[in-house]
Design a protein around this ligand. Structure first.
Ligand code: ADP
Length: 789
């Protein structure tokens, strides 16, 4: 051991304290052994060896419990305190290491070595370098810790002796006793400074982390405090304005409603989020009212409300019969559909689409289906919808946004499994605002509609339990992909007899009930009902018939009240007192045969209709002039007919160049509904031939059929509607294409009995039935028709 010299001193173990050279320290001494050591020291030259105990808890330490290195110190002052305690003031002088204990009782005494003196010059550079590092890290430490006064920094930085530097810094800053001991045990100054540097760096790191954590915590606390403070302020302001209860009460009310509503998890979360936003808003703010509307919507929707189905098919059949006359095939198919749905237990099948003219009971059948299943019923017309947003809603960022009509209808239904009727799907259109048909497709698609997303709600709504039904007047304008998903049920117009039955069995009792008229208070004979049908309505369905009956009920009710009579009898004679002058005159359909006028039969989206085609030739240059409400296909078909006539001119007794000096004007009067399609081909051709040959056309004949350039006749659609229209118009004979023979099954027998149906294959046959006589061919003509077989 190179350290020297050896000294012998009394030893006092310190508990929880470390003393460094140059350090002044006072502590209290109570242990008898320690007091003995003090006394021994005072007898000597007041020097004592102070060493730290390894474990502060030990009261009576053994040799092994005491560190080996301590500080030789000078006792400066002793102060007797009450009791056996003495307060000591000491100053550290220099390090010492125990060589051996020389005494253990009544106090410890040991032989010590002190550090040898170093040749300062030898280690000057090393010292200088390490002291600089220590100093700069100490500075950082002071800055970070802000527990140490700047004066200490000043004192330390002005120290000349690097030997003291380490001890002073260690005495001032170190907390852990093992760190202090480590510095104390470093006898060589360079080693001591290095150790200190090491510890400082670690301490700085710890401080940095500590600061970071503190900062974060502080920020968090600040934010919470700030919000709390602001909210309190807001409350105070609202209280001043007398609004506080309103807002707080409203929030509470919503909270309660949300809790009670038993919403799906995702919906509830969203509602809570919105409510939280609302709670931060002033009572008058515009955004607040947007949120309120939104919350109301969410709360009003039947997220979990479902009605229980009545699956009894017999019951369904009974209700359909109860509500509707006839329609046997339709009812049968509806029951079949319900049966299949029940067996497959899902809604993935096709969607029923009722197709037919207005007023034939499409809506009312859908309503009956809902009634028989015990489901709610909603109806939404998509006719005229051209904007996708109408189906799917606008996003909430859009001013005045509301959900689309699907969601609105579901809200109206109040259950998530209503019967949902989409009316008039053939009248949808699309433009730049998006295609409503594709949105509708998603609604109807069982693979997608369990999570239908409305732009406004921003939440998926389950439409998979909804039973969708659709109606249309015609299949032609239904977008193809929609049509593919549907099972079409055609409902055609009613005959007069059917209408009469519907009126007497359904419409009249229904209207009487609605007008509060007792049974039998109105007497309407079958003849009167027929008169209403024939003179006051002109339709395929029974909608305006029902309106007329309602009018009669209204007037009759008044009469009963005014006159006190118990019943009123409505006859053909007094009908005009109730309904005004007759509006239509079928029976008076021209009963005079005329030249150039032919009755055709048309089929429009509102059912069958008759149309009268007029043709006049006049001097001109061979032009074909067409006027009236007619479409392109019809015009083409007129041209084809005209070409046919020219190619057969001689056969009709016309000179070959007849067209060179003539213009031919074809006009189709009356009717706001545009007519199109090729089925007026034979009608126009017949009218032109009649006009050119000046042979009259029979007034009680009507016709329909497409014509080819060679005079052949091609089949047409909508035969039943057309024949019913002819029947309504009092026509006795209808000429139709031979190929439509297969459709005759659909025509009710009583109609077939009244209207003679002629099947024609070519133009000759048509003319022979329609014209009062056949034209005389110019002999030697080159145009014997290919049709003569
Ligand atoms: P659509 O939807 O086809 O236009 P609606 O269902 O609105 O026709 O029918 C119009 C009215 O005629 C309703 O009051 C309906 O009850 C009645 N109706 C139609 N067809 C029948 C029928 N076959 N039996 C009884 N009432 C009918």
């Amino acid at each position: 051991m190179s350290d020297e010299p050896v000294r012998r001193l009394p030893l006092l173990p310190l508990r929880g304290l470390t003393i460094f050279p140059y350090m002044v320290l006072h502590f209290d001494v109570g242990r008898a052994k320690s007091i003995a050591a003090l006394e021994a020291a005072m007898v000597n030259d007041q020097e004592i060896f102070l060493v730290t105990q390894k474990d502060t808890k030990i009261d009576d330490p053994e040799i092994d419990d005491i560190f080996e290195v301590g500080t030789i110190s000078k006792i400066k002052q002793l102060l007797k305190l009450p009791g056996e305690t003495i307060r000591v003031l000491v100053e550290g002088l220099e390090r010492g290491r125990i060589l051996e204990y020389t005494k253990q009782e009544p106090y410890f005494e040991a032989n010590l070595v002190t550090p040898k003196k170093y040749d300062k010059a030898e280690i000057e550079l090393q010292l200088e370098a390490i002291s600089r590092s220590v100093l700069s890290s100490f500075e950082t430490y002071v800055k970070l810790s802000n527990k140490i006064s700047p004066e200490t920094l000043l004192t330390v930085s002005t120290l000349e002796d690097p030997d003291r530097l380490a001890d002073i810094i260690a005495a001032n800053i170190l907390v852990r006793s093992e760190d202090k001991q480590r510095i104390l045990e470093s006898f060589h100054p360079v080693e001591r400074l290095e150790n200190l540097y090491d510890i400082l760096i670690r301490e700085i790191e710890i401080l940095e982390i500590e600061n970071k954590i503190n900062l974060r915590v502080k920020k968090q606390i600040d934010k919470v405090q700030r919000e709390y403070y602001l909210r309190e302020q807001l409350k105070a302001i609202q209280r001043e304005l007398g609004e506080s209860e309103g807002v707080a009460g409203e929030i509470e009310e919503y909270e309660e409603k949300i809790e009670k509503a038993n919403l799906p998890e995702e919906v509830e979360e969203k509602a809570a989020k919105e409510l939280n936003r609302l709670s931060k808003m002033g009572p008058g703010s515009a955004e607040g009212s947007v949120i309120r509307t939104y919350l109301d919507w969410i709360l009003d929707l039947p997220w979990n409300i479902e009605t229980e189905d009545n699956l009894d098919l017999k019951n369904a059949a009974r209700i359909l019969d109860e509500d509707h006359y006839g329609l046997e095939k339709v009812k049968e198919r509806v029951i079949e559909y319900l049966a299949v749905r029940q067996l497959t237990k899902n809604m993935k099948g096709p969607i029923l689409c009722f197709v037919g003219p207005p007023g034939v009971g499409k809506t009312s059948i859908a309503r009956s289906i809902a009634r028989s299943l015990n489901r709610k019923f909603v109806r939404m017309s998509v006719g005229g919808v051209r904007d996708e947003a109408e189906i799917r809603g606008h996003r909430r960022t859009y001013v005045g946004a509301i959900p689309g009509r699907i969601i609105a209808s579901i809200k109206q239904a109040g259950s998530k499994n209503p019967v949902f009727l989409l009316d008039e799907i053939d009248k949808m259109s699309s433009d730049f605002r998006g295609d409503p048909a594709s949105a509708l497709l998603e609604v109807l698609d069982a693979e997608q509609n369990y999570a239908f997303r409305d732009h406004y709600l921003e939440l998926p709504f389950d439409l998979s339990k909804v039973m969708f039904l659709t109606t249309a007047n015609t299949l032609e304008t239904i977008p193809r992909p929609l049509l593919d998903r549907m099972e079409v049920i055609q409902i055609s117009g009613y005959t007069e007899e059917e209408k009469r039955n519907i009126a007497s069995k359904y419409l009249i009792p229904k209207q009487m009930k609605e007008h509060g008229l007792p049974e039998n208070s109105i007497i309407l004979s079958d003849q009167t009902i027929s008169d209403i049908i024939n003179y006051y309505t002109r339709e395929s369905g029974v909608r305006s018939l029902e309106r007329q009956i309602a009018t009669i009920c209204r007037r009759a009710a008044r009469k009963i009240l005014e006159t006190g009579r118990e019943r009123v009898k409505i006859t053909s004679g007094n009908l005009n007192k109730y309904l005004g002058i007759p509006r239509f005159h079928y029976d008076k359909v021209k009963n005079q045969d005329e030249i150039g006028i032919v009755t055709g039969l048309a089929w429009t989206s509102v059912g069958g209709d008759t149309l009268s085609i007029e043709v006049t030739p006049m001097a001109g240059t061979g032009k074909l002039v067409l006027t009236g409400q007619l479409g392109d296909v019809m015009k083409e078909s007129a041209r084809a007919g005209f070409s046919y006539i020219r190619s057969r001119a001689a056969k009709f007794g016309l000179s070959e160049d007849f067209h060179e000096k003539l213009d031919i004007h074809i006009h189709i009067p009356e009717g706001a509904i545009p007519k199109d399609g090729p089925s007026a081909g034979i009608t126009m051709t017949t009218a032109v031939i009649s006009a050119l040959t000046e042979i009259p056309v029979r007034s009680d004949v009507a016709m329909t059929g497409e014509i080819t350039l060679r005079g052949r006749i091609l089949p047409i659609g909508g035969l039943k509607e057309k024949i019913l229209a002819a029947h309504r118009a009092g026509i006795k004979k209808v000429i139709i294409p031979l190929e439509n023979k297969r459709d005759l099954d659909e025509i009710p027998d009583n109609v077939k009995r009244k209207v003679e149906i002629v099947l024609a294959e070519n133009m000759d046959e048509v003319l022979s039935h329609a014209l009062t006589r056949m034209p005389e061919p110019i002999s030697g003509g080159n145009n014997d028709g290919d049709q003569k077989s």
